[in-house]
Write a protein that binds this ligand. Structure first.
Ligand code: MEV
Length: 438
């Protein structure tokens, strides 16, 4: 009978990284080589990473790519993207090249207003309680701001109160929204601290019970927008002229706008780009993903569908494709991992953004680029050929193709629809004049 392995490892958190790793390696029977995959790479400040989360045993590296050709608000940028999925960085770069010919991306952001929520239950007179809270607006905002004088000094802070009456299966609740200008921070800490500080007074004013006090990721007031023209002539393919491709992309967009099953994938493709930059810059990608997808649902209210595309496509008067995007972007440069994670800090410097608003604009531009790239591929040759080419390139190299042979091997693998290691090896042998295997 094999002994059951137990996960209740008491004191695990108190051990050193090496001790914890040894326990985990032994527990799972990992080989030395497998364990080395958790090693801290040279060049990163190990002490910082060790302190960032709990029970650290090592790191999980992701490839960091750089998207090229981006011109955003008249300025060229190299965009760092951390992602495991092939083709994303190439597609962003190709799309940025097309947009560049149309003048590049133009972006705009709202003030960085985040929403904090305080839930109040057992309120006997919600309508009157709402007004009692609103009457105390000035004092409540001052109390909130007293919690974060630094944010206030930098021009941010609690700005407004909103009180909603929310029916629920546990009775009517009063939900107070505290609107906070988070400046260059994501806002999570400031908003949560303020909500926790206000909750007792809100409870007294409402004569109810404060329960949750937490930021909302549906950051409808903190939006980034981008637009770009994709010149029709550059969309031509061997099979279709530019105007036909524009029509096909408009059909693809209309499909997403009409059908939530397609829209989910459409928006996922946008987030391929957005999240890759969010991760590279050390921001909270779950918050951004949650915000984007819930915003897609929020903007669909009353439209007859349950999800809206985050992008929009039209034709301009000259028949060029015009794309735009709007999404919540609760990202920061201070107060989170961005300010301490060594790779994130270097990526932010590479990107050259100096404010959260600038970063938000880049995210919108990259999201639009990514979506245009996906729609263009889907509406024309499909995305598998691009994927296959990349896969074939990797195979060719790992099968031993020299740099001068790679293109020919890839072309053959793709043409034969046989993107396999054994074929790559056989093609390399053939190119080098070796007798074909019998
Ligand atoms: C794949 O990661 C993303 C796409 O599915 C997006 C889309 O369908 O629009 C290609």
């Amino acid at each position: 009978m094999t002994e059951e392995r137990r996960s209740d490892l008491s004191g695990f958190y108190k051990k050193s990284v090496e001790e914890r790793r040894a326990v985990a390696v032994d527990w799972a029977g990992l080989s030395e080589a497998e364990a080395r995959a958790f090693d801290f790479p040279p060049g990163v400040d190990r002490a910082t990473l060790e302190r960032m989360i709990e029970n650290v045993i090592g790191v999980f590296p992701l490839p960091l790519g750089v998207a090229t050709h981006f011109r955003i608000d008249g300025r060229d940028r190299l965009v760092p993207m951390a992602i495991e999925e092939p083709s994303v960085v190439a597609a962003a770069s190709n799309s940025a090249k097309v947009a560049r010919a149309g003048g590049g991306f133009f972006t705009q952001t709202t003030p960085p207003i985040m929403i904090g929520q305080v839930q109040l239950t057992h309120v006997a007179d919600p309508a009157a309680a709402r007004l009692r809270i609103l009457e105390a607006r000035e004092a409540l905002l001052a109390q909130a701001n007293a919690k974060d004088p630094v944010l206030v000094r930098f021009g941010g802070g609690a700005r407004e109160l909103d009180v909603r009456i929310v029916p629920s299966e546990r009775g009517t609740m009063l939900v107070v929204h505290l609107l906070v200008d988070a400046r260059d921070a994501g806002g999570m800490n400031a908003v949560n601290t303020m909500c926790e500080a206000l909750a007792p007074e809100l409870g007294r004013l409402a004569r109810g019970r404060p329960v949750l006090r937490i930021i909302s990721n549906l950051a409808v007031h903190r939006l980034a927008r981008a637009r770009a023209v994709f010149p029709r002539e550059l969309l031509r393919t061997p099979e279709a002229d530019g105007a036909q491709v524009v029509e096909a992309i408009l059909d693809a967009y209309a499909f997403a706008a009409a059908d939530p099953f397609r829209c989910a994938t459409h928006n996922k493709g946008i987030m391929n780009g957005v999240s890759a930059v969010v991760i590279a810059t050390g921001n909270d990608f779950r918050a951004i993903e949650s915000g984007a997808h819930s915003y897609a649902a929020w903007t669909a209210r009353g439209t007859g569908t349950v999800l809206r595309p985050l992008t929009t496509y039209e034709k301009d008067a000259d028949g060029n494709l015009v794309g735009s995007i709007e999404l919540p972007t609760a990202v920061g440069l201070i107060g989170g991992a961005t300010a301490v994670h060594p790779t994130a800090k270097a990526a932010v410097k590479l990107l050259g953004v100096t404010s959260a608003a600038e970063l938000a604009g880049v995210l919108a531009a990259v999201g639009l680029a990514q979506n245009f790239g996906a729609l263009r591929a889907l509406a024309t040759e499909g995305i598998q050929r691009g994927h296959m080419e990349l896969h074939a390139r990797n195979l060719a190299v790992s099968a031993g193709a020299r740099p001068d042979e790679v293109d020919r091997v890839v072309a053959r693998l793709v043409a034969e629809h046989a993107v396999r290691f054994d074929r790559a090896k056989a093609i390399i042998d053939e190119l080098r004049g070796a007798p074909a295997p019998t």
